[in-house]
Design a protein around this ligand. Structure first.
Ligand code: HEC
Ligand code: HEC
Length: 121
């Protein structure tokens, strides 16, 4: 008897959910949001980086400076697109990054510490 009652209660609860008529909370959500297919959805913003020659202020001690430009350069076994520009010159990597004049292996994965910072996100 007790079992039957709780089963009925469960069925009532379930049917209560269904009769609500609204979309299930965790149902599929369109990436277009409420925009109908016929209309044009706004284009996702393109990252805007600080103008050339700028450094973004470091805000805590020991913080790796953020990258004030796009960071779409390959970093793999054959190639590290960051080193060519940052081996020397005005924006030379910090001395800590070098070991005997060569880039220290510990610092090879630049983006493990440095992240690009766009102005519009
Ligand atoms: C084509 C040359 C070039 C490449 C490639 C390049 N950078 Fe830069 N980087 C610069 C210049 C120039 C600046 C100075 C800011 C500016 O003019 O955009 C800079 C600034 C920086 C800064 C800020 C330094 C500071 O003093 O605040 C960091 C960090 C940095 N880059 C990291 C990287 C990383 C990591 C990569 C690879 C994903 C990379 N860069 C690839 C030229 C380059
Ligand atoms: C383990 C974390 C780490 C990795 C990996 C790393 N950096 Fe850095 N980087 C730092 C820190 C922290 C600083 C701030 C100076 C310092 O403490 O040595 C810095 C400073 C810099 C600067 C600014 C130097 C200056 O004097 O203004 C440049 C440019 C830079 N790094 C580029 C790179 C590039 C390019 C790579 C990859 C080849 C790289 N970093 C890998 C942590 C890292």
């Amino acid at each position: 008897m007790k079992k039957t009652l709780s089963l009925m209660a469960l069925m009532l609860a379930l049917s209560g959910c269904q009769s609500g008529g609204s979309e299930p909370v965790n149902g599929p959500q369109s990436l277009r949001g409420e925009v109908p297919v016929a209309a044009t959805a706004p284009v996702a913003a393109v990252a805007q980086y600080p103008s050339k020659g700028t450094s973004v202020a470091v805000t805590s001690v020991g913080q790796p400076p953020v990258i004030p430009h796009s960071a779409d350069y390959p970093i793999n076994l054959d190639k590290n697109g960051c080193i060519s520009c940052h081996r020397g010159g005005k924006r030379k990597m910090a001395e800590s990054h070098f070991d005997d004049g060569k880039v220290d292996g510990k610092y090879y994965q630049c983006k493990a510490c440095h992240v690009p910072q766009a102005e519009n996100f």
